[in-house]
Design a protein around this ligand. Structure first.
Ligand code: HEC
Length: 88
């Protein structure tokens, strides 16, 4: 589930693929302002995703992250966090 969301998004929910911004390897794209995700602790990543979804973290330009995670469930966020912590 996490790998397919990361690589392809969720079409039915208009959830963009994480890899489009954060790159397939999770290295991000620093010049474009997309941070690297690989090697972060899963707990840290999960907290960021929940904070974006709750609107507590709002420093993403044009609400890029908030619009991606707003329709994802806790289970999906947990699976994604553990998936990206293993990317390299
Ligand atoms: C349209 C581009 C875009 C997409 C798609 C996207 N992100 Fe992001 N993401 C960003 C931007 C921009 C930021 C950084 C905001 C800031 O701190 O300046 C970010 C930040 C993050 C962070 C916080 C990183 C940190 O070190 O604090 C995590 C975690 C994250 N994204 C995970 C994901 C996941 C998982 C997906 C797929 C479900 C995803 N992103 C899809 C653009 C995107």
């Amino acid at each position: 589930m996490a790998e397919s969301i990361y690589r392809a998004g969720v079409k039915d929910l208009s959830v963009a693929a994480c890899s489009a911004c954060h790159s397939p390897t999770g290295d991000g794209n620093a010049p474009a302002g997309f941070p690297s995700l690989s090697g972060q602790h899963a707990e840290y990543t999960l907290q960021q995703l929940k904070d974006f979804r709750a609107g507590v973290r709002q420093n993403d330009t044009s609400a890029m992250m908030r619009s991606v995670v707003e329709r994802l469930t806790d289970k999906e966020l947990e699976a994604l966090s553990s998936y990206v912590s293993g990317l390299n």
